[in-house]
Design a protein around this ligand. Structure first.
Ligand code: NAP
Ligand code: MG
Length: 398
C-alpha cells in the first residue's frame, strides 16, 4: 500500500511518563504504516526542557505559529517533588501555560462519545465542548484580609495622574476583599477563537456571564462578544446555518442540563474551570476528553485533556502491566492530521483521520477496552486489554 504523503510538517511535541510511552506506540502501530509522517519534532519531556532551560517549549510554540498545526503529548508541570526526581535547575513553568501565552489561544475540551460509555445525564446525546477563557479574573486577582474597621476603594490612576475611585465597602469589622481584572484585548481574542472554532466544527456557540449583577465587568464580556459577532461573524454563521446564543449563566446551566449536547459552551475563566470538570466527569472519563488550543489567528494545538498518568508509569517502570487508555491521545493526532489535511488540501489525510477515529470507537463498542472504561461500561463482559493490546486491537480494525 502506498503511504499518504504530507506536504507541510506537523509540529510534534513529545512529552512525559506513560503518555510518552503511548505516543511512541501510536506512531508505530497506527500512523507510520499508513502515512509518510512529516513532523518537526520537539522533545518537551522534562529532561530535555531542563537541558534547554525550557527554550524547547518556546521553540515549539514558535514553530506552531509557522506551521499552524501542532500535536502535543501530556507533559509534567514541575512541582517540589519533581525538582528532586528530575534534578531540575529551576521549577520550569507549565508548558501548556507557556504555549498558550505565546499563541494567545483558547482551549476547547470535548468528550469522545461512544456507545457503551453512557453520560450520567441521560439526555446528553452529543458532545458538549467547553471553551474556557484562560486569562485573568480570579486567577490574577489580588486579595487582602481586612483586619478591622476602615474603607476599601478601587483606585485607577491614569497616565496623566488623574484618579478615579470607586468605593468597595466601608468595613465596620474584619473581612476580606478581592480585586481582579481582565483586558479587552484578551476578551476579543477569546471571542474570535470561539467564533472561529464554532464555524470550524459547525456547532452552535453559547456564551453566558452574570451580566445582570456585574453590570460593568461581565457586561463588557457580553458586549465585546456581540460587537465582534456582528462585525465579523454574523454573516458566516448564517451561511453555515449555526447560531450564536447569549444568555445569563444561571439560565445556561439549566439549559445545558436539559439539552442533548452538540454545541460549544464558552465560559469565563472560573466558570470554565468548574464546568469542564463537571462536563467531563458526567461524560464518563477524563481519558476520553480531547483538548485543542485555537488561537485567534487560526493556529491549532491538539492534545489529550489528561496528564501523564504518573501512577501507571511507575507500574510500567517496575515491569508491571498497565492498562492505560490512549483514546484521547489518538484523537489529538487525528485532530491534527485532519486539520493539516484541510489546510493543505490533502483529502486522504482527512479520510485517514476519520477512519482511525472510527476504528478506535468500533474497538470499544465491540467490547475491547482499557480498564478505566471496563469499570464504567454498560457493555456486558468487556475484554480488558493492556496499553499495547488496546492499540493493537485498533490497528487490526484499521
Ligand atoms: P493524570 O495524569 O490525568 O492522571 C490522574 C489519574 O486519572 C490517573 O492516575 C488515572 O487513574 C486516571 N487517568 C488519567 N488519564 C488516564 C488514561 N489515559 N488512562 C487511564 N487512566 C487515566 O493526572 P496526575 O496524575 O494528577 O498528573 C500527572 C502529571 O501530569 C503531573 O505531573 C501533571 O503536571 C501532569 N499534567 C499534564 C497535563 C498536560 O500536559 N496537559 C494535564 C494535567 C496534568 P488511576 O490511577 O485510578 O488509574
Ligand atoms: Mg478544574
Amino acid at each position: 500500500m502506498e503511504k499518504i504523503k504530507m506536504t507541510t510538517p506537523l509540529v510534534e511535541m513529545d512529552g512525559d511518563e506513560m503518555t510518552r510511552i503511548l505516543w511512541k506506540m501510536i506512531k508505530e502501530e497506527l500512523l507510520e504504516p499508513y502515512i509518510d509522517l512529516k513532523t518537526e519534532y520537539y522533545d518537551l519531556g522534562l529532561e530535555h526542557r531542563n537541558e534547554t532551560n525550557d527554550q524547547v517549549t518556546v521553540d515549539s510554540a514558535m514553530a506552531t505559529k509557522k506551521y499552524k498545526v501542532a500535536v502535543k503529548c501530556a507533559t509534567i508541570t514541575p512541582n517540589a517533588a519533581r525538582m528532586d526526581e528530575y534534578d531540575l535547575k529551576e521549577m520550569w513553568k507549565s508548558p501548556n501555560g507557556t504555549i498558550r501565552a505565546i499563541l494567545d489561544g483558547t482551549v476547547f475540551r470535548a468528550p469522545i462519545v461512544v456507545k457503551g460509555i453512557e453520560p450520567c445525564v441521560k439526555n446528553w446525546k452529543k458532545p458538549i465542548t467547553i471553551a474556557r477563557h484562560a486569562y485573568g479574573d480570579v486567577y490574577k486577582g489580588s486579595e487582602m484580609k481586612i483586619p478591622g474597621a476602615g474603607k476599601v476603594e478601587l483606585v485607577y490612576t491614569a497616565e496623566d495622574g488623574s484618579q478615579t475611585k470607586e468605593l468597595v465597602h466601608e468595613f465596620d469589622g474584619p473581612g476580606i476583599v478581592q480585586g481582579m481584572h481582565n483586558l479587552n484585548k484578551s476578551i476579543e481574542s477569546f471571542a474570535r477563537s470561539c467564533f472561529t472554532y464554532a464555524l470550524d466544527t459547525h456547532q452552535d456557540l453559547w456564551f453566558a456571564t452574570k451580566d445582570t449583577i456585574s453590570k460593568k465587568y461581565d457586561h463588557t464580556f457580553k458586549d465585546i462578544f456581540q460587537e465582534i459577532y456582528d462585525a465579523e461573524f454574523a454573516e458566516k454563521f448564517e451561511a453555515a446555518g449555526i447560531e450564536y446564543f447569549y444568555t445569563l449563566i444561571d439560565d445556561a446551566v439549566a439549559r445545558v442540563m436539559k439539552s442533548e449536547g452538540g454545541y460549544i459552551w464558552a465560559c469565563k475563566n472560573y466558570d470554565g474551570d468548574v464546568m469542564s470538570d463537571m462536563v467531563s466527569s458526567a461524560f464518563g472519563s477524563l481519558a476520553m476528553m480531547t483538548s485543542v488550543l485555537v488561537s485567534p489567528e487560526g493556529y491549532y494545538e491538539y492534545e489529550a485533556a489528561h496528564g501523564t498518568v504518573q501512577r501507571h508509569y511507575y507500574k510500567h517502570l517496575k515491569g508491571e502491566e498497565t492498562s492505560t487508555n490512549s483514546v484521547a491521545t489518538i484523537f489529538a493526532w487525528t485532530g491534527a492530521l485532519r486539520k493539516r489535511g484541510e489546510l493543505d488540501g490533502i483529502s486522504e489525510l482527512c479520510d485517514f483521520a476519520d477512519r482511525l477515529e472510527k476504528a478506535t470507537i468500533d474497538t470499544i463498542e465491540a467490547g475491547e477496552m482499557t480498564k478505566d472504561l471496563a469499570l464504567i461500561t454498560t457493555i456486558e463482559n468487556p475484554t480488558v486489554l493492556n496499553s499495547e493490546g488496546f492499540i493493537k486491537a485498533i490497528a487490526k480494525r484499521l
